[in-house]
Each structure stands twice: as C-alpha cells, then as structure tokens.
Write a protein that binds this ligand. Sequence first.
Ligand SMILES: Nc1ncnc2c1ncn2[C@@H]1O[C@H](COP(=O)(O)OP(=O)(O)O)[C@@H](O)[C@H]1O
Ligand SMILES: [Mg+2]
Length: 250
Amino acid sequence: MLKLEHIRKQFEDKVVLDDINVEIGAGEIVSLLGPSGSGKTTLLNIILGLTRMDQGRIMFQGQDLSNMPMKKRGFNIVFQDYALFPNLNAYDNIVYGLRNKKGSVSQQEVQEYIDFLELQPHLNKRIGELSGGQKQRVALARTLVTKPRILLLDEPLSALDGVIKESIKQRIQSIAREFKLTTIIVTHDPEEALTLSDKILIIDQGQIAQFGTPQEIVHHPSNDFVKQFIIQQLHIKRQNIYNLFGEQYA
Ligand SMILES: Nc1ncnc2c1ncn2[C@@H]1O[C@H](COP(=O)(O)OP(=O)(O)O)[C@@H](O)[C@H]1O
Ligand SMILES: [Mg+2]
C-alpha cells in the first residue's frame, strides 16, 4: 500500500500541492485527474522521487520513503513525451534501464514483455520509424522491464487517438491486472479516468477535490468543481458514459 500524507509543494510563491492525503491499495489503478496546471505531474514526480516535496510523508508497504532517492524507491515512470532515445533502436531503448543491473532481469523476462506488447516486429527500428502507439508501447516496455514496484504514467493516452488510444488503454489495464502492478496515471480527461481506473483522485488547484471510485464520483460528486468538470464531459461524451453508468446519464 502507498500512503501520501500531508504532501505540500511550492514553486517560488505558488503553492502547487496543498495537504494531499491519499491511500492507494496494492494492484489498484488510480487516476490523478484535473485540469492543466492543477499539480498532477508534480505529484507524480514527487511519488517517483524526482521532485522533492516541501512537507509531508510517503509511506510504501510500511516504509517511509520520504527521503529515499528515486533509484532506491524502485518505482518507474513513463514520461508524457516518452523520452525515448532517438539514436537507439526500439530494443536498445527497452533494455536501456537494465544496463547497470546485469542479471537482475532475465532475457526471457524481457522477451515476455516484448511479446506482451507485441513489439517483436519493431525491435530493430529506429524510434523515428515508429508510430505514436508503437512509441508508447516501447516506452511502456522500457519501464516494465525494470520491474517497478509502482508504475507511474504521465498522460499516456493524450498523444494518441481513436483505435490506438483504446488499444493502449486496454493494455495498461491488462498490465496492471496481469502483473498485479499498482498503477498511477495522470490524465486531464475525465472519460479516460472514468473508464480506466479503480479510483480517481480529482485535483483542483493543488487540492484534493474528491477521491473515490468512478461510480462514487459520477453519482456523488463532492462539490461544484467536480460536478462541473465531470458532468460537462459526461454530456459531451454521453454515449460512452451511458454504456458505463447506465440510464441516469442518458
Ligand atoms: N519546476 C517548476 N518550476 C516552477 N513552477 C513549476 C515547475 N513545475 C511545475 N510548475 C508549476 O506548477 C503548477 C502545476 O504544474 P504541473 O504539476 O505540471 O500541472 P499538471 O501536470 O496538472 O498540468 C503549474 O502552475 C506549473 O507552471
Ligand atoms: Mg502534467
């Protein structure tokens, strides 16, 4: 279990995260949902250990990680822009994170992730030759082979559209289920959060507006911000949400 306690972060005089408290269960898929600039990426980077918090505590499986460096935490992230190395081919990108960890992950395990993400035909390609969805799968594989204790994803679907988006979404879900991997996903799109996650943490200007299941959030929005942010989207994408939550939203 991951526990965030009273997390606060300020950039110069701007408070970006204010008293964030949340508990995430093992194997859960949790979305951090909020408009642009609400503090989602900052919170993800704080969990990763890339950004220092000003106040608060991060507990994982009973251990205090607050002052532990990123590498020791054993979490890993897929950055929003994927951050792949353009001068390496897909395979070398995938195994890049293992270069200093010889023997920790077997060739067979690496191959399992490659097969799971159907990357075999693309291994020798340069990053520039890959489509958006293929790049995203390479980025996912590169992160998964390091066997993170928590998988962090920053806007993994926002650069993709249509069928590809749906297929990556399903892959993320099956990764979390198959590998029983706690997964935290940043998104600004309520529909993505509602259809992808077990729980959603809605952030409004650095504060928690609501934390709950998709059902709870749709049926019992905790305040006007949540209502507006979610319901507006529900009207726009009514059919998808109707399929999920039934006739109340027809
Ligand atoms: N390194 C930084 N230095 C100064 N301000 C930052 C930095 N990173 C983020 N911010 C500011 O913090 C706020 C939240 O940013 P961010 O966490 O990236 O939001 P989101 O991911 O929800 O769009 C924004 O106002 C952003 O400009
Ligand atoms: Mg962001």
